[in-house]
Each structure stands twice: as structure tokens, then as C-alpha cells.
Design a binder for this molecule. Sequence first.
Ligand code: HEC
Ligand code: HEC
Length: 361
Amino acid sequence: MFKLVKPASLAALLFLGITNACAQNTTSYPGVGRAATVNEVNAWNIDVRPDFKGLPKGSGTVEQGTVIWENKCASCHGAFGESNEVFTPIVGGTTKKDQETGHVEALVTNSQPQRTTMMKVATISTLYDYIYRAMPWNEPRSLTPDDTYAVMAYILNLAEIVPEDFTLSNDNIAEIQNRMPNRNGMTLDHGMRTVDGKPDVNAVACMKDCVKEVVITSSLPDFARDAHGNIATQNRNFGPTRGADTTQPPLAKLPGAGYQMKVVAMTAAPASAETTGGAAAKELFTKNNCAVCHAANSKMVGPSIADVAAKYKGNPDAVALMVKKVKNGGAGNWGSIPMPPHPQVSEADTTTMVTWMLATP
Ligand code: HEC
Ligand code: HEC
């Protein structure tokens, strides 16, 4: 969904490029663009490294963080970071002992039903970087550095790493790193970069005693196949991992069947029973990333299309209401998780999609 932010910024960059094309040259592409200014580079250069390079100055208290969390984070992650509805939990599963050892015991004992952020994250800089860069999900880059410190202080307090009256700042963040429960849980043994001219990978290619055939030992029962909607529409359609079309039964329960499914999903003609209008609306629905949150029959982040259709059946104002809601976003009709606004989708396209959603039997 946040890909939607990109067209605007790309357009802005192109615009800068074009207006300055005549004024300046670059050596690689003469006559095209200009060197980025220091301020432009700074605006993009927001990464914070484990050695705290790139960390902005600032501070925030647990108390300030509580207010930010309640207003901007709790709707998706739960009041106490438990995220028991849709999203993965942020806090839980770590102990005082883990803070001493730097290893999270629950990762070994599997005593937690689900791994939480505080169980996994080894570097506190990552927490800063991620929140500042990407959260809240529906409004990334809206937090100031002080907001980010404050909301982190709140998370760290929930995880019992800092006390209630704590102020987190650029000055003491390194000390808190020494209390991160999984700080020693990270390994560089399977890294991807080159260190001192050598790849930082210690693996040895294993081509002996290989199994003859891979046997899949567990699989989803057919009735649960599309429990999360059509996985094909929720994955990239390039790269090694693509989603199977889970609206179809599996082709064969054999190793490699996933690959065949993929090929079928990609080459299959659009369902012939669809009217042209329906097919066009469906395409818009996928293209605009609506399918990431809305499935045909099951609740994902948003309500299912069938549920929306049922709720507004016979309501003459439904199309107008829904068009407005999709444009402006908001929560409350289906729970506390908000739908982000979609100002970039044209009203005509939104009307087509919403009409199709509401007409779904
Ligand atoms: C509209 C829903 C929504 C809101 C509001 C929101 N988040 Fe998130 N958050 C998500 C989703 C979805 C992910 C997972 C994103 C991904 O994996 O690409 C996530 C991931 C995270 C993670 C990383 C989890 C992990 O272990 O990988 C942290 C930390 C986090 N959010 C903190 C925050 C904070 C702090 C706020 C408030 C300032 C916030 N979120 C607001 C939806 C939300
Ligand atoms: C990030 C997830 C997300 C995306 C992307 C998303 N929605 Fe939603 N949508 C939601 C949530 C959550 C709700 C429930 C809001 C509420 O409780 O009022 C919702 C509700 C709706 C509703 C019912 C609104 C109501 O008030 O009953 C419609 C219609 C809808 N979405 C259409 C769309 C369309 C069309 C798109 C694509 C342009 C889209 N959604 C994209 C999450 C999303």
C-alpha cells in the first residue's frame, strides 16, 4: 500500500530533473538531471546503524510515548503491544533473565505461540529506524525524532526494560542496547556482504548425502486453502516466491505443485463467467492494492467483500458512502483498525470498484 506514496515522490523527482536539465549536466547522462543537493540527500538518508551512525538527537518519555501509542499505534498493535487481532505482537515473551543473557529463552523452548518484535530484534537501532521510517503504517514518516524516542520508551517500558519514569534519548540509547533481550541472538554466519574482500558466509556447499526426494509432511487442508484470500494477489508477481492461486484447488499434492499452480495462475485467462464490468473492477481492485486487505469471503485486515455487500444490501446511499470512505479512509464500521485514505485513486475507479463490491452476491 505504501507503494502508493512513491508515485508522488517519483513525480516530484522527475519534475526536479526536468526543470534543471537545461541548467546543469552530469557526466554519466549529459543533459539529464543534476546532482542532488545536500538537503535532498539528507531527507532520504535516514538509516540508523547499529553503531548509532545516523541517529538524530532527541528524547522522549514513557509518558509522552503512551499518548502517541494510544493515538497512533494501538488501533493496529493493541493497547499493550499484544496485537491480538491481525498484526504480529510487538511485546511479550521476554524475561529479566533474557535481558541479562542477551538470549531469548522462549525462542529455544517455543513457549510463545508467536514470536514478538521484542523477542526477535537484536539491535535497538533497528527499532528506531523501522518505526521512524515505516510507522504508523497508514502515515509513515509522520513521527518526529522526539516522537520516535517517546514511543520506543513506551515499548521498552511494556517490555520491562526501562521504568515508568524513563526518558530515552540519543545519549542513553547505547546503554539500553545492553539490555535488549535478544542482543546476542544475531549471527553473521550467513551474512550477505563482503568483509575484508571475503564473503561473510561460512556455509559449505552440501552436495553429499542429499535426500532423493523432498517429502512435504504437512499441508493446509483444502477447506482452509483460501482462508486468507487469494495468496496469488498478495504476493509479488516477480521473484522466486509467488503466491499460489488459492481460489483454485491444488493441482496435485506433489512436490513442485506450487510451481505448476503459479504457471497456471499466470497464464489462465480471466474467468469467462465474469462480465466485462466485473473483470475490470476486479483488475482495478488488485491494481490499487485493495486486495491486500480485502478478500472475497474472509476477513483480513479489512472486512471481506461478501460482508461489506451484506452489510449495505438495500442501502441506496451505499455507493456514495463507500466511495467517500475509500477516499478518506477511517475506522469504526468494522472495528478499530483504520483503512488508510486513497486520495490517489480516481473517483470513477473507486465507484467502479465499490459498485462491484456491493453487488457481489
Ligand atoms: C494501520 C495499522 C498500523 C498502525 C496504526 C501502526 N502499525 Fe506498526 N505495523 C503494522 C504492520 C502491518 C506491520 C508489519 C509491516 C510489515 O511487515 O511490512 C507493522 C510493524 C511494526 C513493527 C515491527 C514488527 C516486527 O516485528 O517486524 C513495529 C516495531 C511497529 N509496527 C511499531 C508501530 C508503532 C510504534 C506505531 C505507532 C507510531 C505503529 N506501529 C502503528 C501496522 C500498523
Ligand atoms: C491497509 C488495508 C486496507 C486497504 C489497502 C484497503 N482497505 Fe478497505 N478497509 C480496510 C479496513 C481496516 C476497513 C474497515 C474500516 C472500518 O472499520 O470502518 C475497510 C473498509 C472498507 C470498506 C467498507 C467501508 C465501511 O465503512 O463499511 C470498503 C467499501 C472498502 N474498504 C474498500 C476498499 C477499496 C476499494 C480499497 C482499494 C482502493 C481498499 N478498501 C483498500 C482496510 C483496507
